[in-house]
Write a protein that binds this ligand. Sequence first.
Ligand code: AMP
Length: 136
Amino acid sequence: MEKDIFCKIINGEIPCHKLYEDNDVLAFLDISQVTKGHALVISKKHYENFLTIPQEEMHKVMDVAQRIGQVDIKYLGAKGVNILSNCYEAAGQTVMHFHVHVIPRYEGNEGFILEMKQNDGELNLPAIAKAIKKEL
Ligand code: AMP
């Protein structure tokens, strides 16, 4: 199977600006730097995304993401942080290896637009809630 780019970073085949590493988790700067300090936290074991990674592994990644977010606020001058994980192409996932973005937000920051538009259609909320709830 072809290795994805994050597997290559884990193996040291591709360089990165490393922030943190232990046996299970690696964190490094995103090459695109949506804002200053934009970080990626990944599981060393290959899982496709947040929806397919076992909980225990996911918790280790989220723990590191939380700590990086705290550092962004305390020491990098960030006023806020977006923590996000895209799952599958339809949601913007481009690297099919579980990762969490930690994106510091600054005052007057124009590098990032997170706009959630209200759906204009008439949605049947009770039916939608029922369909999701019965599978949880
Ligand atoms: P996503 O679109 O959620 O799958 O995010 C993938 C992210 O990986 C993008 O923000 C890319 O900028 C980032 N990326 C891709 N290749 C590299 C690399 N070699 N080093 C650091 N970040 C990378």
